[in-house]
Write a protein that binds this ligand. Structure first.
Ligand code: NAD
Length: 272
């Protein structure tokens, strides 16, 4: 079911599927989306300092009126807030906005040269202090992670990457698996660019499922965590309704075959 979790390398459990809230700028729309998602079984909510909606997420969570341990909240430190002191101060600010005493997962939003290791030291400190349960990265490739490993006391347990059938990132997914890092797919639906793909539509027809459902099922079966975004109640529910069918090996290979290595975002730069 949608509540299924994956065990992270630090021992914590993370729901495999979650709701992304990027570009949810209207407070009432965000609050409603979180409520609809929770009722549909979602437990993971993915925000970021950069989205400017942590306070609305805080209100939405408060409105749910559930046990803190019942939900899993991720936020990400913005590029401008990297550096030891800035990370600490900005996360304290994020927690205030979220009205929480800790987040479940804290991610470095984007790899940058400046303060590369100091940022990570602050992440390790925040975990030690209990302000976040787990620490991870986003948009880090192999070389970023290998560079981080030269000085890290603890490695990221999650790497959130742009992954969808047009950017399957197989080498990165394999690398992360070998290093006990869970790959979490952002823009798992390719932000809508894949819905007209004939192969996806054909597979959907065979299972009486939508293109979005086929794509999310592909993520599930290859072992990705994924955080689709929608503000439409029907779509939020639809995206959770992927646990009653299965893609065959042949169908999985067909979806693998439409990879184009095309990105929505720019390619993260190297650090040195
Ligand atoms: P997505 O792939 O989740 O696509 C979202 C879009 O697809 C929605 O705007 C909606 O129009 C459409 N959609 C969703 N479900 C649908 C359905 N069932 N039927 C038809 N259309 C549907 O793209 P995203 O929002 O960019 O990514 C998801 C989340 O990932 C974000 O909300 C955010 O939390 C996270 N994210 C992280 C980063 C990062 O750098 N770490 C970058 C971008 C996004």
């Amino acid at each position: 079911t949608i509540g299924t979790t994956v065990k992270l390398a630090d021992g914590n459990e993370m729901p495999i599927e979650g709701l992304g809230v990027y570009k949810m700028t209207k407070e009432d729309e965000l609050i409603n989306s979180v409520k609809v998602a929770y009722d549909a079984g979602y437990r993971l909510f993915d925000t970021a300092q950069m989205y400017g909606n942590e306070a609305a997420v805080g209100k939405a969570i408060k409105d749910l009126n559930v046990n803190r341990d019942d939900i899993f909240v991720t936020t990400k430190v913005a590029e401008d807030n990297q550096g030891y002191d800035k990370v600490i101060a900005s996360v304290e600010e994020s927690l205030k906005k979220l009205q929480l005493d800790h987040v479940d997962l804290l991610l470095v939003h984007w790899p940058i040269n400046t303060h590369f290791f100091k940022t990570w030291r602050a992440f390790e400190k925040l975990k030690e202090q209990g302000l976040t349960k787990s620490i991870g990265t986003s948009n880090y490739g192999m070389l970023h992670l290998q560079y981080l490993a030269t000085k890290a006391n603890e490695m990221p347990v999650v790497d959130q990457l742009e992954v969808h059938p047009y950017l399957s990132q197989q080498a990165m997914v394999t690398f992360n698996k070998e290093n006990h890092i869970v790959t979490q797919a952002w823009a798992p639906l390719g932000r809508g660019r894949i819905f007209e793909d004939p192969i996806i539509l054909k597979i959907g027809k065979a299972h009486d499922k939508s293109a979005a459902q086929v794509i999310l099922r592909w993520h599930l079966q290859r072992g990705d965590s994924f955080i689709p975004k929608s503000v439409h109640p029907e779509r939020i529910k639809q995206n959770a309704d992927i646990y009653d069918f299965e893609l065959s090996d042949e169908e999985m290979k067909l979806v693998d075959s439409i990879n184009k290595n095309t990105r929505i975002s720019q390619e993260p730069e190297m650090v040195y």
